[in-house]
Write a protein that binds this ligand. Structure first.
Ligand SMILES: [Zn+2]
Length: 148
C-alpha cells in the first residue's frame, strides 16, 4: 500500500508541475515562438534575444537622432538671426518658420518671463521670447553667466 500511495502522490505532483509549466509557458517577443525551459527565460534563443535588443537600441538611437537634429537646426536658426539682430530688434516669426524652425522642440520653457505674458524658450545656449505683436527676441547665454 505504501509504495502505491507514494506513487499516486508523485503522479499528482508531476501533473501539477506539468500544468504549471504549461501555464507559465510564454512566447518569445522577437519571433513569437514558444519559450521552453527556465521560467525566467524571456526569449526562445540567444539569437532572438540579440536581435530584439539590437532593434530596441536602434529605435532609441533613431529617436535621439531625430530630436537632436531638430534641436540643432533650431539652434542654427536662432544663432543666424541673433547675429543679424544682435538683441536689439525683433525678428518676425514667419522668418523662423520659413527656415524650418520647429516650435515644438526646446530644452526648457520658463513661463511668463518678466511678467510680459510671454514664455522664454531655451535651446542650448540660446533662448527666445515670442511676442505675437513684435516678433521673436533672441538671447545668448544669459541663462549661463559662467559661460560668458
Ligand atoms: Zn524567438
Amino acid at each position: 500500500m505504501g509504495e502505491e500511495y507514494l506513487h499516486s502522490i508523485l503522479e499528482i505532483i508531476n501533473k501539477s508541475n506539468m500544468r504549471e509549466l504549461n501555464n507559465t509557458s510564454k512566447t518569445c517577443p522577437q519571433c513569437g515562438g514558444q519559450i521552453i525551459g527556465r521560467s525566467d527565460r524571456r526569449f526562445c534563443a540567444s539569437q532572438c534575444k540579440n536581435a530584439w535588443h539590437y532593434a530596441k537600441t536602434k529605435e532609441k538611437d533613431r529617436i535621439f537622432d531625430t530630436v537632436d537634429r531638430v534641436l540643432h537646426k533650431n539652434r542654427d536658426i536662432l544663432k543666424r538671426f541673433y547675429q543679424y539682430s544682435q538683441e536689439t530688434r525683433y525678428v518676425p516669426m514667419n522668418r523662423f518658420l520659413s527656415r524650418g524652425f520647429d516650435l515644438n522642440y526646446y530644452h526648457r520653457i520658463i513661463m511668463n518671463q518678466n511678467g510680459t505674458g510671454n514664455n522664454l524658450y531655451v535651446i542650448y545656449d540660446f533662448s527666445y521670447v515670442h511676442d505675437h505683436a513684435k516678433g521673436v527676441k533672441i538671447f545668448y547665454r544669459w541663462m549661463f553667466p559662467s559661460l560668458k
